[in-house]
Design a protein around this ligand. Structure first.
Ligand SMILES: [Zn+2]
Ligand SMILES: [Zn+2]
Length: 349
C-alpha cells in the first residue's frame, strides 16, 4: 500500500465542538494492525464527552470506540489476519500483568485504559490496534451492524450477571441504546417477559417493537404505580431480574422494590454521586443480589454470533447513518432529542 502520510481524526476540542485534526499514520509494528475505519457508532459516553460531562475525561479529548474496520496493513508478527479482513475493535488496553489480568479478568485490570483516552479515537479514517483486541466479523454481518458489537458485549456481560432462566420476567430501567440492546438480546436469547421503564416515548416505542411486553414512561407513571404494574404482570411476585441502566437514584430504588424475593439487580448505569435513600433492609429481607457490571470480558465473540444470527433485530436499532464530516450534526441530533434516535453510525468516506 502506498504510504498515507496524514489522516483525519475527530476530537471534542471544547464544549459541544467537534474539530478534525490531522494525524500521521505510523506503520504497524509487531502485533499491530492498521485498519481503515468502516463504521463507528456513537456511544452515550461520547455524548457525555461532547457535553463535557464525562466524569473521567477532560477536554480536549479523542472520541469513538465502537469501531469496525478493514485490515490495510499488518505488523510482522501477525499471522491470523490479512489485508481486506473485516474486524471489530475491542477498545480496551489492559496491562496483562496485574492480578486481575493474570486471572483472565482483564476488564478489571488495575491499569486499564482505552484507546480514546490515549489519544486515538474511532471517528477517524484509520485506527491502529493490537491483534489481540481485534475480532473477525462473520461474512453476513455488514460493517454498520458490526459496530454494534461493543455495546452488545456490554449488554451480554450484564445479562450473564443476572442468573436468569428461560421465560423469567425482567424489568429494564433506562431507554437508552443499552436498554434497547438489552431488550433485543433478552428477547432473542432468553425471555419475552420484558418490561421497560424509560422517559422518551420514541425510545419506548422502539422497545415495544423489539418485543417488550409493556413499557412505562416514568414522566407520566409514578414509581409506586410502576411497582404495582410489575407486580400485576408477575402474579404479585415481582421480576426475577432488573437491569438498572440509568444511573438515577430513583430508578435504583424502584428497581429494587420491583424485584421478586431472591431476585437479582444488575447495575450498569454510572451514578454521578453517591446513591442515597437506598433501602438496605429490602436487600436483606428479600435476599436480593445486587451486582455491578463493568464493560465486558470475553463477550465479543458471543456478541458477534448474535449479530450474525439476528441482523434485522439488531439492525433496527440503527436509525441514522452519517458521514464523518457530519459528526457535529450527529451529536446535535442526539442532544436535541427531537427525532427518534437509536444508534447513530458514522462512516468515514
Ligand atoms: Zn460504547
Ligand atoms: Zn492488568
Amino acid at each position: 500500500m502506498a504510504r498515507l502520510r496524514n489522516t483525519v481524526m475527530a476530537m471534542v476540542t471544547h464544549l459541544r465542538t467537534v474539530e478534525f485534526v490531522s494525524r500521521e499514520i505510523p506503520r504497524p509494528a509487531g502485533d499491530e494492525v492498521l485498519l481503515k475505519v468502516e463504521a463507528c457508532a456513537i456511544c452515550g459516553s461520547d455524548l457525555h464527552v461532547f457535553h463535557d460531562r464525562h466524569p473521567f475525561v477532560s477536554l480536549p479529548s479523542a472520541i469513538g470506540h465502537e469501531i469496525s474496520g478493514t485490515v490495510v496493513e499488518t505488523g510482522d508478527e501477525i499471522r491470523g489476519l490479512q489485508e481486506g479482513d473485516l474486524v471489530v475493535v475491542e477498545p480496551v488496553i489492559s496491562c496483562g500483568r496485574c492480578v486481575a489480568c493474570l486471572r483472565g479478568r482483564y476488564h478489571l485490570c488495575e491499569n486499564i485504559t482505552f484507546h480514546y483516552r490515549e489519544g486515538q479515537g474511532g471517528f477517524a479514517q484509520f485506527f491502529m490496534a493490537r491483534e489481540r483486541w481485534l475480532h473477525p466479523v462473520p461474512d453476513g454481518v455488514d460493517p454498520d451492524l458490526a459496530a454494534l458489537a461493543e455495546p452488545l458485549a456490554v449488554v451480554l456481560h450484564a445479562i450473564g450477571k443476572a442468573g436468569l432462566k428461560t421465560g423469567d420476567p425482567v424489568c429494564i430501567f433506562g431507554d437508552g441504546p443499552i436498554g434497547l440492546l438489552l431488550t433485543a438480546a433478552l428477547q432473542v436469547t432468553l425471555t419475552d417477559r420484558i418490561f421497560m421503564v424509560g422517559h422518551r416515548s420514541t425510545r419506548l416505542d422502539m422497545a415495544r417493537e423489539l418485543g417488550a411486553m409493556d413499557v412505562w414512561n416514568s414522566r407520566i407513571v409514578a414509581p409506586e404505580e410502576i411497582r404495582a404494574r410489575i407486580l400485576d404482570n408477575t402474579d404479585g411476585q415481582g421480576a426475577n431480574g432488573v437491569f438498572e441502566a440509568t444511573g438515577s437514584e430513583t430508578a435504583l430504588r424502584v428497581s429494587l422494590s420491583t424485584l421478586k424475593k431472591g431476585g437479582t439487580a444488575v447495575l450498569l448505569g454510572l451514578h454521578e454521586g453517591n446513591a442515597k435513600g437506598i433501602d438496605a433492609n429490602i436487600i436483606i429481607q428479600k435476599e436480593l443480589s445486587v451486582r455491578g457490571s463493568q464493560g465486558y470480558c470475553w463477550d465479543f465473540p458471543a456478541a458477534m454470533r448474535l449479530l450474525n444470527s439476528h441482523p434485522h433485530v439488531f439492525g433496527s436499532l440503527i436509525t441514522h447513518t452519517l458521514s464523518l464530516k457530519r459528526l457535529q450534526k450527529a451529536f446535535e441530533i442526539l442532544s436535541e432529542r427531537e427525532e427518534k434516535t437509536g444508534k447513530i453510525i458514522i462512516r468515514p468516506e
